[in-house]
Ligand binder design. Structure first.
Ligand SMILES: NC(=O)c1ccc[n+]([C@@H]2O[C@H](COP(=O)([O-])OP(=O)(O)OC[C@H]3O[C@@H](n4cnc5c(N)ncnc54)[C@H](O)[C@@H]3O)[C@@H](O)[C@H]2O)c1
Length: 413
């Protein structure tokens, strides 16, 4: 197996760590259509902070190559696809990048090759949408000439503990032999082990439900936050009390953004609807979570009014512009909704996020009427929030994560 050449298509949060890990055992070529990304990687710079510069340097010395030239991938015999699978403005799956990557592979596919998809999608997508592109452009037949698999990625950006090799990997293949080959391929790098699913569809579905389940669970506690806000009850206090029962599931309310949890349930819902069943739980969970940024903006402005601070002309400081803590990833952050709500009411918004170049200028003392902590990067622990407020007696700090150890906030979700 070690004489294989692997090509990873799409060198983002998922593809780059995978390329680095495989390069420890195999010849790997990383391919991305984004030339800027390739130039940066060739200088050992990873703007996603997933791979340390030192590790990237070692991998390059050991033979990992990066390219955006299609002819440089033609010698590969295993192609792994890790390109984005977003939704469009109508929340319909946008498969363009997945199908483009399939076209690139199709033009370079040879007899005996393997194509493995890792991008998150709906059950059936690999076989119904991607394989026809591979077959058409290569003139080859799946399971006669080449083989296909699906192995969903489960990494958690910013998490330095649960990294690629430490998370059990689900694998699958287009034939029993292909499934075994793919399972052994991943088994050779994933120390946590693998789980061979009985079919590609099962593997696709397993990924879709992991994220949908999390979305629904968060939507439930978000709904509780909406209800308890009306009742004047502190949601965190309620959750803490309820969590003393052994089978109570611990989730905390908050904004659901990012590339996975806020997107993937739409993939499952889309396919289900196409097949004649319109999901209820999945879609209402999404609705509640999509509503949360409006609620957060309204709640902060309500707090300000209660303390007799005019919204019009006020200065609101937002801490954290990314979709979650300790990652520079801003995809589907709900920030713009909140800023828009403040703007509609005439407030000025200031952003501080040390992980984002354009927002990394430190906030100024005595300058803001209220503070909204959206995500809690470790750097924020050192901030003296009270010193940033104009009026120290009107301490309007809304901590969405309710996790600052000094418990300085006067409002939480
Ligand atoms: N980020 C996560 O935490 C995470 C976790 C699990 C699964 N996923 C899934 O993995 C997939 C990739 O996500 P990501 O976060 O790594 O995306 P990303 O945006 O960080 O990176 C994707 C890369 O693919 C490149 N690309 C686009 N079209 C291409 C093509 N035709 N050929 C080659 N390269 C191309 C882009 O230039 C980009 O560099 C998505 O389906 C996502 O849902 C992501």
């Amino acid at each position: 197996m070690n004489n294989q050449t692997i090509c990873i298509l799409g060198l983002g949060y998922v593809g780059l760590p995978l390329a680095v890990e495989f390069s420890k055992k195999y010849k790997v070529v990383g391919f991305d259509i984004n030339e800027k990304r390739i130039n940066e990687l060739n200088q050992s710079i990873d703007h996603t902070s997933q791979v340390e510069s030192e590790d990237l340097k070692v991998a390059i010395i050991d033979g990992l190559t990066f390219t955006s030239e299609e002819q440089k991938i033609k010698d590969a015999n295993i192609f792994i696809v890790t390109v984005p699978t977003p939704i469009d403005e109508n929340r319909i799956p946008d498969l363009r990048q997945l199908l483009d990557a399939s076209s690139i592979i199709g033009r370079n596919l040879k007899k005996g090759d393997y194509v493995i998809y890792e991008s998150t999608t709906y059950p059936g997508c690999t076989e119904e949408d991607c394989v026809p592109v591979l077959e058409k452009l290569s003139g080859l037949q799946m399971n006669e000439d080449f083989f296909v698999g699906y192995s969903p990625e489960r990494i958690n950006p910013g998490d330095k503990v649960n990294t690629l090799t430490k998370i059990k990997k689900v694998t699958s293949g287009s034939s029993p032999e292909a499934a075994t080959f793919i399972d052994e391929l991943y088994g050779s790098i994933i120390t946590a082990g693998t789980h061979k699913a009985p079919s590609i569809r099962v593997a696709e579905a397993s990924k879709a439900i992991e994220n949908a389940q999390r979305d629904i669970n968060i939507s439930f506690v978000n709904e509780l936050a909406l209800i308890f806000d009306k009742m004047g009850i502190n949601t965190q206090d309620v959750l803490e009390a309820a969590s003393t029962k052994w089978n109570f599931l611990k989730f905390t309310p908050g904004l659901v953004g990012g590339h996975c949890i806020s997107v993937d349930p739409y993939y499952l819902a889309y396919k289900s609807t196409q097949l004649g069943y319109t999901p209820k739980v999945i879609t209402s969970g999404r609705e509640v979570n999509e509503h949360m940024p409006y609620f957060v903006a309204e709640k902060l402005m309500r707090l300000m009014l209660e303390k007799e601070i005019q919204i019009k002309g006020s200065n609101i400081l937002i801490l954290g512009a990314t979709f979650k803590e300790n990652t520079p990833d801003t995809r589907n952050t709900k920030l713009h909704v909140i800023i828009e709500e403040f703007k509609k009411n005439g407030a000025n918004t200031f952003l501080y996020d040390p992980l984002i170049k354009e927002f990394c200028k430190e906030p100024m003392e005595n300058s803001y009427d209220s503070i909204l902590i959206l995500v809690l990067h470790i750097q924020f622990a050192e901030l003296n929030l009270t010193s940033l407020l104009k009026d120290k007696s009107k301490k309007i700090i809304f901590d969405l994560k309710s996790s600052r150890p000094d418990n300085i906030a006067d409002a939480i979700l």
